[in-house]
Write a protein that binds this ligand. Structure first.
Ligand SMILES: [Zn+2]
Ligand SMILES: [Zn+2]
Length: 186
């Protein structure tokens, strides 16, 4: 098993700098994998994560668990929380871990050893959770592709909604985060 320091180095390299968020994310990832008996080095495809923030710990969790958005093993939910769920894909068991207390090293204290030695239970709350993973949430090729009846763009894996028996994408349902100001030539 990798050491805490080795995991911090992996996270730092991926994230681009060392910060408390990397140490916190590494701690969460290690705790999650320990709770679920995941041996990431021998069975790297056994884990999926759901991450609830888009800040520093989000990168550390992905780097340490080897989970990637493009591999469908990293699900992002923008809840603005230092929280994440970890699923053992072999057993279906899942835990959610959230930070209950902000804790930082004292001035001049070594950051990595501070977080390494901090008992997990002081900083985190662990919950046993159930996550309803659908076949179309799993890694692998798309199981379904539909064409949005309003904008004409393809939508994969059940991310559309049927409206009057026609498939409609989330953007056309009012969840559009952008405004088209000019369209290129078709
Ligand atoms: Zn950072
Ligand atoms: Zn559409």
């Amino acid at each position: 098993m990798r050491t805490f320091e080795e995991d911090v180095a992996i996270a730092e390299k991926y994230h681009g700098h060392l910060c408390s968020g990397q140490c916190i994310g590494v701690k969460m990832a290690r705790l999650g994998m320990r709770e679920l008996d995941i041996d990431i080095q021998n069975d790297p495809k056994s884990i999926m994560v759901y991450v609830e923030c888009d800040r520093c710990p989000a990168d550390a969790i992905g780097a340490v668990c080897g989970c990637k958005v493009g591999k469908r093993t990293y699900k992002f939910h923008d809840f603005g929380k230092v929280a994440a769920s970890f699923i053992n894909l072999r057993t279906g068991k899942a835990v959610r871990i959230w930070r209950k207390k902000r804790m930082h090293p004292a001035e001049g204290e070594d950051m990595i050893s501070f977080y390494k030695n901090l008992p997990d239970e002081e900083m985190f709350q662990v919950q046993q959770v159930e996550i309803d993973l659908k076949p179309w949430d799993m890694p692998g090729p798309p199981l379904e592709v539909v064409n949005c009846s309003r904008c004409g763009e393809d939508v994969t894996d059940g991310r559309h909604v049927m409206v009057e028996e026609q498939p409609v994408c989330k953007a056309c349902l009012g969840q559009r985060y952008y405004k088209v100001v000019a369209d290129g030539k078709p």
